[in-house]
Design a protein around this ligand. Structure first.
Ligand code: ATP
Length: 239
C-alpha cells in the first residue's frame, strides 16, 4: 500500500530555532496516527507545515505522489487535507450551521446549494450536533464547540483530517464519544491527531509518532511505544 502522505527531510526554522528538524514521515490511508511529544517538540509546527499554514524552510511534502510543498493551504483543502486547531476557530456569533458551511463555501467553491446543505447537515449529524444547527456557536458547551470544529473539518470531506488536541478540556464522557467518532471517521478517511491524553493515544491510535526537539524520536504501535525505553525517558516518564 502506498502512503497517503509523506514528508521528506522536512524542516522549519524560526531564526536559530529548529522547530521541525528533518522529519521523514509517512501515513497510510485509513490510519489513525497520533503525534505525541513534550511541549515545544514541534508537533503543531509539523502539522501546520502539512496543511500549509506555515511554509517550510526546506524539505518536501507529497500527497498521493504529488508534491504539494508549495501549494497554498486552500488548495490543499481542495485536495483533501482538512484541519482543526487547538486555538478554537469557531465564530461564536454565527450558528453552528453557518460555522460548518463557511469553510466549505470558502474553499470548495462551485457547490450547489443542495449539495452544500447536505454536506453541512451530514457533518453536524455525524458529530451529534444536528439538533443544534441553529444554535449560536458561542452558546454551545465547550465540548460541543470542540465537536463543531471537527464538524467543520468533516464537511470538507477530507481524506486526511488533522486534529490538534481534540480532547483538550473535554469530560470523560465527551472523550469517549470523540473516540467513537474518530474511529467512525477513519472508516473512510485518515486521521492525524496531536494528543496529550495518553489514554486516548494508546486506545485510539493505530500508530504513534513521538516527536522531541523537532525530530522523530520513535514510531510504532501503541505496544511498541509503551515498551520503548527511550520514549519512556524522554516523554512518558515525565507525564
Ligand atoms: P505544544 O505541545 O506545547 O503545543 P508543540 O510540540 O506543538 O508544543 P510547537 O508549537 O510546534 O510545539 O513549537 C515548537 C517550537 O517552535 C517551540 O520552541 C516554539 O516556541 C517555536 N515556535 C512555534 N511557532 C513559532 C513562531 N511562529 N515563531 C517563533 N517560534 C515558534
Amino acid at each position: 500500500m502506498t502512503p497517503l502522505l509523506t514528508t521528506r527531510d522536512l524542516r522549519k526554522n524560526y531564526g536559530g530555532l529548529r522547530a521541525v528538524d528533518g522529519v521523514d514521515f509517512a501515513i497510510m490511508p485509513g490510519e489513525i496516527r497520533a503525534v505525541i511529544g513534550p511541549n515545544g517538540a514541534g508537533k503543531t509546527t509539523f502539522v501546520s507545515l502539512i496543511c500549509g499554514r506555515v511554509p517550510p524552510t526546506s524539505g518536501q511534502i507529497v500527497l498521493d505522489g504529488n508534491d504539494i510543498t508549495d501549494l497554498p493551504a486552500h488548495d490543499r483543502v481542495r485536495r483533501g487535507i482538512a484541519y482543526t486547531f487547538q486555538i478554537t476557530s469557531v465564530f461564536s456569533a454565527l450558528s453552528a450551521y453557518d460555522n460548518v458551511a463557511l469553510p466549505v463555501q470558502r474553499t470548495l467553491t462551485g457547490r450547489s446549494k443542495g449539495r452544500l446543505h447536505a454536506g453541512v447537515m451530514s457533518a453536524l449529524e455525524r458529530t451529534g450536533l444536528a439538533d443544534r444547527a441553529d444554535t449560536t456557536a458561542g452558546a454551545l458547551s465547550y465540548g460541543h464547540q470542540r465537536l463543531l470544529e471537527v464538524a467543520m473539518g468533516l464537511a470538507l470531506k477530507p481524506r486526511l483530517l488533522i486534529l490538534d488536541e481534540p480532547t483538550q478540556g473535554l469530560s470523560d464522557g465527551e472523550i469517549e464519544s470523540f473516540m467513537q467518532l474518530a474511529r467512525e471517521i477513519a472508516r473512510d478517511a485518515t486521521v492525524l491527531l496531536i494528543e496529550h491524553n495518553m489514554q486516548v493515544v494508546m486506545e485510539l491510535a493505530d500508530r504513534i509518532t513521538v516527536m522531541n526537539a523537532g525530530k522523530i524520536l520513535a514510531e510504532g504501535t501503541p505496544e511498541q511505544i509503551r515498551a520503548n525505553a527511550e520514549v519512556q525517558r524522554a516523554y512518558l516518564g515525565t507525564e
